[in-house]
Design a protein around this ligand. Structure first.
Ligand code: NAP
Length: 257
């Protein structure tokens, strides 16, 4: 069975950050399977090359551009290279995040706090700012931020990271209001615990994992592909009346601020 054209994204150009592993990779692959021309990116050239080649070998329309989202020149280059190749941008999935700190919230240094907010929040904002004028020229577009269930309820030891993910919920609302006049929809996805390298500290230790599962009504850890379909839907014309929303995909974990 062909993996192409599972959705209605034909003719759309999508930029996905942090797309060489985990959730970002699954999203990029699903968007391309839906017919989009996808630009994958992450910090390491080798990861970008491996991912691009792997997706191209599946017959998908994918190119890769190295982009550390915290670097202005990399963000600009990502946009420039996308425009050079495709002449337009219709979709931005802002997926990059870091967590350099684990511990009590009050023990977090200003330096670690800045790093978390620079990558997880500020770069999402700045990349949006860079891309919106091109979507405006196109007559519309779709932006999806990747938040986290932790944005609703701070995970123990992950206070600053969790707060950065709460900020993305606010960014979604404010940006959706402002971009509606350009026919640009802005939505957010809050994954629960998903099986990736990022979450391995929670999923590799059996005792920690059991405790985690007790909080998940579906009693299992999610997989990255479960985020891909949801993001593809939000980016498609089937979601044309949805903006300013956050959709939690967390196996039933509570999501209320
Ligand atoms: P992952 O599997 O560890 O993948 C991380 C990706 O990010 C890699 O492609 C990495 O490639 C790239 N990356 C890291 N820093 C970057 C930067 N500064 N600029 C650009 N790319 C960067 O992570 P994941 O679990 O899929 O997480 C993806 C997103 O989902 C994050 O926003 C995370 O907060 C969110 N999330 C994850 C979970 C979960 O349980 N996994 C739950 C809720 C939310 P390079 O090393 O080449 O840069």
């Amino acid at each position: 069975m062909s993996v192409k054209n599972l959705g209605s994204l034909a003719g759309k150009v999508a930029v996905v950050t942090a797309a060489t592993d985990g959730i970002g990779f699954a999203i990029a692959r699903r968007l391309a399977q839906g017919g989009a021309s996808v630009v994958v990116s992450s910090r390491k050239e080798a990861n970008v090359k491996r991912t691009t080649e792997s997706l191209q070998s599946e017959g998908l329309d994918v190119i890769g551009v190295k982009c550390h989202v915290g670097l202005e020149e990399d963000r600009k280059n990502l946009v420039d290279e996308t425009l050079k190749k495709h002449g337009a941008i219709d979709i931005l999935v802002s997926n990059a995040a870091v967590n350099p700190f684990f511990g009590n919230l009050l023990d977090c240094s200003g330096e670690a706090w800045d790093k978390i907010f620079d990558i997880n929040v500020k770069s999402a904002f700045l990349l949006t700012k860079e891309i919106v004028p091109h979507m405006e020229k196109r007559g519309g577009g779709s932006i999806v931020y990747i938040s986290s269930i932790a944005g609703y309820h701070a995970m123990p030891g992950l206070g600053p990271y969790s707060i950065s993910k709460t900020a993305l919920l606010g960014l979604t609302r404010a940006m959706a209001d402002e971009c509606a006049k350009y026919n640009i929809r802005v939505n957010c996805v809050a994954p629960g615990v998903i099986d990736t390298k990022f979450s391995s500290a929670l999923t590799e230790n059996e005792a920690v994992k059991e405790k985690m599962l007790d909080q998940i009504p579906l009693r299992r850890i999610g997989v990255p592909q479960e985020m891909g379909g949801l993001v593809a839907f939000l980016c498609s014309d089937e979601a044309s009346y949805i903006t300013g929303e956050n959709i939690t995909a967390a196996g039933g974990m509570e999501s209320r601020l």
